[in-house]
Design a protein around this ligand. Structure first.
Ligand SMILES: [Zn+2]
Length: 106
């Protein structure tokens, strides 16, 4: 049997930036987050500009709560107008004026 404190995967973030954003979002609701797949070695505060998928894991007892928050996040993402970078074809949130990947402005 799984323990209620086992980590369960609830979301796959596109990259470390999104993963850390979601980690912060879940932390607001006192949900502990474990990120899997994030590239290690970066100094604290330094965001690795790598496109590695990062798994978001939360304790099983927080799974439902976390999924609700992530669903809200996703629906907001879909409602907003993401734009695609003409230089590198990466998708960016509408709140970003420059591409997160190559820093070209929209
Ligand atoms: Zn770009």
């Amino acid at each position: 049997m799984a323990s209620p404190f086992d980590w369960v995967e609830v979301f796959s973030a596109q990259n470390a930036i999104e993963a850390n954003l979601l980690k912060g979002l879940l932390a607001l609701d006192s949900i502990k987050v474990l990120l899997k797949g994030e590239s290690l070695g970066g100094a604290l505060g330094e965001i690795p500009f790598e496109q590695t998928e990062v798994k978001i894991c939360v304790p099983q007892i927080k799974q439902r709560q976390a999924e609700k928050i992530l669903l809200e996040y996703q629906s907001k993402q879909q409602a907003s107008n993401d734009w695609q970078c003409t230089n590198c074809n990466e998708y960016n949130g509408c709140g970003f004026e420059v591409c997160w990947f190559c820093s070209i402005s929209k």
